[in-house]
Design a protein around this ligand. Structure first.
Ligand SMILES: [Zn+2]
Length: 391
């Protein structure tokens, strides 16, 4: 931690002393420091390698476990604080304690009459705690800005990433897209991931932008509304699925494979191209993208032509599948209702002329679905369908 109280209760911040070791040496000899939260004694650590910081002499009694703080966390925290502090119209406070919710965000700041809390997360935390802290901030009308350490961003190809359940927690909606903010301490850069589309439980496509903190302004970051763009490796991922299916199978995968075989005598490699549609809110489901989309298609398949139906009907059916554990929901903060991915998918089926939208949330089936095709044709069609979706 960087903030302490002296004998008189005055706040002493190390934020502006990182390049002043001699002054700090003098301070260390002349002052005693205490934790602003538990009031126990603190030691000023002036090592040669690590950032100058305070540490509890005894840690047991303090709710603020700063001793577990890594050097990465300390550095990132200082960078983000200094970055905010020098911007016009921003009042930033490092490690500002909020007694009524007992939270101490890395940086608390006010800007444009709004209150914000930056939390730079360098170690995994439990989903329940993550939710609880988010909730507490929101109740105090403070918008939490969770930034994950860049070490949790793992690429599997140029636009595909491995997503752990921990990383999914950082997903937020921004404009018509989704995003995750990450920070890379040594290059002092923010990683801005947007258009995050879930492919499997632990794989998603995303577009990443790397922005130097010094070239970024907090207002533009808060107002940034990324456009949803289909990440470029999506097609490769679909192709891999068709040509190199994974052997590992979960309970949901097995249920899916069996249902597909019973209803259509189809293998998962030969699924139609229209069940690999990258839709923004698809992350609502933990399942493979083709699973929830196929379930919708199989349901609509039973309708005769010119039947009219609503998203509510599809929603009911998917809820039934969720209860039966054919589908699994990904529980995130501010997760949208099922109707959002459903609508986005049905709208895509309209683009491919299978459905027609008559009014909000109401559609008519206008073309029967084709299920059987050769792998060669399917691979060609996968490509065409993405081009069609884009335009
Ligand atoms: Zn303490």
């Amino acid at each position: 931690m960087f903030i302490a109280q002296d004998e008189k209760g005055k706040i002493f911040s190390l934020a502006d002393y990182q390049d002043k070791p001699h002054e700090l040496l003098h301070v260390k000899k002349s002052k005693r420091f205490f934790c602003p939260i538990c009031k126990n004694g603190l030691e000023l650590k002036l090592g040669k390698i690590r950032t100058f910081h305070f540490a509890h002499k005894k840690t047991e009694s303090c709710s603020y476990h700063s001793e577990l703080e890594s050097e990465e966390h300390r550095n990132g925290k200082l960078h983000l604080y200094h970055w905010l502090k020098k911007q016009d119209g921003v009042t930033a406070r490092l490690e500002h304690y909020l007694p009524d919710i007992m939270q101490r965000p890395d940086t608390y700041f006010q800007c444009h009459n709004g209150q914000f809390a930056i939390e730079f997360q360098c170690s995994t935390i439990d989903q329940t705690l993550f939710r609880k802290r988010t909730q507490m901030y929101l109740e105090k009308r403070i918008t939490p800005i969770w930034i994950v350490s860049s070490k949790y961003i793992n690429k599997s190809s140029s636009t595909m990433y491995r997503f752990s359940p921990f990383l999914w927690l950082f997903l937020q909606q921004a404009g018509s897209s989704t995003r995750i903010l990450a920070y890379h301490t040594s290059s002092e850069s923010l990683l801005h991931l947007s258009s995050i589309v879930s492919f499997t439980k632990q794989n998603a496509a995303a577009n990443m932008e790397i922005i130097k903190l010094s070239e970024l302004n907090i207002t533009s970051l808060l107002n940034r509304q990324p456009e949803f763009r289909i990440p470029k490796d999506w097609l490769i991922r679909v192709k891999n699925h068709r040509l190199k299916p994974t052997l590992h199978e979960t309970k949901e995968d097995r249920n899916f494979r069996e249902k597909l075989y019973i209803e259509k005598q189809l293998s998962i490699q030969n699924l139609p191209s229209k069940v690999f549609i990258p839709v923004m809110a698809g992350y609502v489901f933990e399942n493979h993208v083709f699973q929830w989309q196929t379930y919708i298609l199989l349901f609509l398949d039973k309708f005769s032509l010119h039947t009219s139906f609503t998203t509510t009907l599809i929603s009911k059916h998917l809820k039934f599948l969720l209860n039966k554990e054919y589908l699994k929901k990904r529980y995130l903060i501010n997760s949208p209702d099922l109707s959002l991915p459903i609508r986005q998918y049905l709208d895509a089926l309209c683009t491919f002329n299978y459905l027609k939208k008559t009014k909000d949330n109401t559609y008519i089936k206008v073309k029967p679905f084709d299920w059987n095709d050769t792998i060669d044709n399917l691979l060609k069609r996968d490509k065409q369908i993405l081009i069609q979706k884009k335009t």
